[in-house]
Every structure is written in structure tokens, then in C-alpha cells.
Design a protein around this ligand. Sequence first.
Ligand code: MG
Length: 122
Amino acid sequence: MTKVLIVDDEGDVPVLFKQRFRKELNSGIYEFHFANSGEQALTFMRTLDPFDIVLVLSDINMPGMTGLELLKQIRILFPTLKVIMVSAYGDKKNYDEAVMLGASGFITKPVDFTLLKEKMFV
Ligand SMILES: [Mg+2]
């Protein structure tokens, strides 16, 4: 089972993602976890088993630790994890920095769920 960690400070994100991924979640292949800050995401990630297969999806603009700072930490702690960053359209500066920091993918808000699924499940 792949654990998907979704990090976003917006409160409606868990409900939205559970709706849009109903089929995938029902299949039992994926297990979703949510964090509303980078700090909370790292706390969760420290509980992971080394054999867990994890995919992280993180918003960039969050109060406290930004998604890019979180990405930096993840790259130190878990160098091989797949991390997809989410940010506003046309956000070239964040895009460039995410690529430089080793993001596995980058999608823009509002999220195109078809595109996101393609990036997640390849
Ligand atoms: Mg945000």
C-alpha cells in the first residue's frame, strides 16, 4: 500500500482529495494522510517505517515552514521519496526552486486532478 501524504494549510483539502480519489482509495492501494503544515508533515514522516512507500504532495505557500523548506528537509531525511509540489499558476520562481531542490513534479492550483493522478501514479 502506498501512503500518500498531502500537505496543505487549506482546511477543505482533505475532503476535496478524498472525493476526487474515491476510486483509488476504495481500491485499497493507497492510504491518504493529511498535514496542515510542514512541521506536522515532518512529525508524521518521522513515524514512518523505512519500508513504507510514500508519496508526498505539498503546497508551497503555507504559514510557518513553506513547502520548499519542507522539500529541503525531506531531501535530507528521505533522499529518494517522490515529492510533488503544488503552487499557483505562473509561479516561475517557486517552480525553479522546486526543481533545484529535487522535486519530482510540480502542479499548479487549482489542481487538475486528472493531470495530478498521471504524475502521481507513474
Ligand atoms: Mg497554502
